[in-house]
Design a protein around this ligand. Structure first.
Ligand SMILES: Nc1ncnc2c1ncn2[C@@H]1O[C@H](COP(=O)(O)OP(=O)(O)O)[C@@H](O)[C@H]1O
Ligand SMILES: [Mg+2]
Length: 232
């Protein structure tokens, strides 16, 4: 009975955390809309702040609902991984390119060191999602003026990615917990970097599906390194 009870409890926790995460943006949206309704004669321009706050929350909810869907589907075994041959270099450049532009706009530097070449076998959609999660974090948790480094190489038939940043870093006791669903470190809960703590649990699931490994290390003097090894 024990494993069944444990999984039941986990499922219950998951639903209640999900509901809680959805409530916060919904409350903000409701408040903003109710406020706007008290000013029926104003122009949109007069309330750009309220409109953009609402839009931000809608965007958060969109990310949240698609992440919840991914996890629900992965739990019920509904996602089949679909490995295909990918020409690694152009594919990586395409995945990383938008993040270079985001980095620029935030006064951060994104360097790449892509030594992987040729055709590699993996689920391109899932691995893109994995890189997006790690790049998004690297940018989000690195202050302006900082830098992010992405490297890729093939080593003994393994595809190895490293995403390195010069951000706030992750304390040792938290390194294990960050892959748990909904877990966010105190530092990120207290700052205003929107997020829900689901990204890395999805990243871990994607890596597991590929029978690979994901690990987190300190960067010196400051920051974090995420390393992913995907076997062929
Ligand atoms: N590159 C990073 N630098 C510092 N902290 C990080 C980094 N990546 C992840 N974290 C920490 O791990 C937590 C979980 O990450 P994630 O699952 O992507 O959730 P989210 O980004 O939505 O909070 C983050 O809240 C943050 O505290
Ligand atoms: Mg994240």
């Amino acid at each position: 009975m024990k494993p069944i009870l444990r999984s039941w409890k986990r499922q219950q926790e998951f639903s209640s955390n999900a509901a809680h995460e959805l409530r916060t943006p919904l409350t903000v949206i409701q408040n903003q809309m109710e406020f706007l309704l008290t000013k029926p004669r104003d122009q949109v321009m007069d309330h750009a702040v309220e409109v953009s706050t609402t839009l931000d929350e809608v965007k958060h909810m969109k990310v949240l609902s698609s992440q919840l869907l991914t996890l629900a589907r992965s739990d019920s075994g509904m996602i089949q991984i679909n490995k295909q041959e990918v020409d690694i270099e152009p594919w990586l450049n395409k995945v990383i390119q938008p993040f270079g532009e985001i980095a620029d706009s935030q006064n951060k530097v994104l360097n790449t060191n892509l030594l992987a070449q040729g055709r590699v076998n993996f689920d391109a959609d899932l691995v893109r999602q994995l890189l997006v999660i790690l790049l998004d974090n690297a940018l989000k948790y690195t202050p302006s003026g900082g830098s992010i480094n992405v490297s890729a190489k093939v080593n003994k038939k393994n595809l190895v990615f490293e995403i390195l940043d010069t951000g706030r870093g992750i304390d040792d006791p938290e390194k294990e917990k960050i892959f748990d669903r909904f877990y966010r470190t105190d530092k990120s809960r207290n700052s205003k970097t929107g997020g829900n703590g689901l990204g890395l649990s999805i990243a871990k699931w994607i890596v597991d599906e590929h029978h690979g490994k994901i690990s987190v290390h300190d960067n010196y003097p400051t920051g974090t390194i995420f390393k992913v090894v995907l076997p062929e």
